[in-house]
Design a protein around this ligand. Structure first.
Ligand SMILES: [Zn+2]
Length: 319
């Protein structure tokens, strides 16, 4: 029966929506790679930041509109399905042989760009933080030996930030996944952080020492986003230096905690400053708070000024 909506009433909208798995490494995308037996493997993953979530599900794709998400994924039962929150249940799919429904717990309120899901063939190793929160590293079976370093330092960095900031990380699990093909260095999807393999994996005795420091920095940067960006979020992208600048600064604090002999704070203070000088001296530079209105311009804001000029919050004697 059609009826009039009442002003001031609260309504719940239900609708069907069909998205497409993209081939562009953005939105909800699919990608193939060859495994160690030269067999083609497929995975599906998400890259929503800054504004690609609406290609996967209908939403107001702006950071200030936060919502709780309850994700269900249907997939072949020999594949792994992951999302921001722990899996609540898995059930055989009625009428479809060999497929299952994975249902995940509801998320805390979060911006659309932090929502994530993954389906594919990865293995994992797990440990936990000081307060017992599970921390798992996922990678292709053939590179699992290279996950040990991230597994060791991830929980240490979370514990360090939690005690330094006196705010515990609120999510009930942390997954970090190494993807064989990835469009960015890493993405801070809350509870399901994704990395290109080279930014998460390290093999003792094989990888150069510089790779160890790179993994520590990038992992610490993405974990710092829990506090800067995920829990507390800029209303709109023009103020994104508030999360990227702080996350970049805290990546140095996290790396310094992992191994003080690197003298990370001194080194990155200089390298970041020199990096800013070279881009900020150009006519094309911009202020930290950068007016940006059109959705197609959003990617421009993720540049060295935002990350490295923003990073010089340490000049404000924050720490
Ligand atoms: Zn970041």
């Amino acid at each position: 029966m059609p009826a009039l909506l009442r002003a001031g009433g609260r309504y719940r909208l239900y609708f069907r929506y069909k998205g497409r798995l993209s081939d562009t490494f953005t939105g909800f995308y699919k990608v193939s790679y060859n495994d160690s037996h030269n067999e083609t493997r497929w995975l599906a993953s998400t890259t929503f930041e800054p504004n690609e979530a609406h290609r996967a599900f209908p939403c107001f794709d702006e950071p200030e509109f936060k919502a709780r998400y309850q994700v269900n994924l249907a997939n072949r039962q020999d594949m792994v399905a992951l999302s921001n929150m722990p899996r609540r249940s898995v059930q055989n799919m009625t009428g479809v042989q060999g497929w299952v429904w994975n249902r995940f717990d509801e998320t805390p309120p979060m911006s659309t760009y932090l929502v994530a899901f993954f389906v594919g063939f990865l293995d994992s190793r797990g440990t936990q933080t000081a307060n017992g929160t599970p921390f798992r590293v996922w990678a292709r079976p053939e590179v699992m030996a290279q996950t040990q370093y991230a597994l060791e330092i991830g929980p240490r960095i979370i514990d360090f930030f939690s005690s330094l900031l006196e705010v515990p990380e609120p999510l009930p699990k942390h997954d970090v996944i190494a993807l064989p093909h990835f469009i960015a260095g890493a993405l801070e999807n809350w509870g399901l952080i994704s990395f290109g393999e080279r930014n998460l994996l390290h093999e003792a005795g094989v990888s150069p020492e510089s790779r160890r420091q790179q993994v520590a920095h990038i992992l610490a940067h993405e974990l710092a986003h829990s506090w800067f960006g995920n829990m507390v979020t800029a209303r709109w992208w023009k103020e994104i230096w508030l999360s990227e600048g702080f996350a970049t600064y805290f990546s140095a604090l996290g790396a310094n905690h992992v191994d003080p002999t690197w003298d990370t704070l001194s080194v990155t203070s200089v390298t970041a400053l020199l990096r800013v000088f070279s881009v900020d001296s150009l006519q094309s530079s911009h202020s930290l708070t950068f007016p940006i209105d059109h959705q197609t311009e959003l990617r421009q804001i993720f540049d060295d000024v935002t990350y490295y000029k923003g990073r010089h919050v340490d000049i404000l004697n924050f720490y």
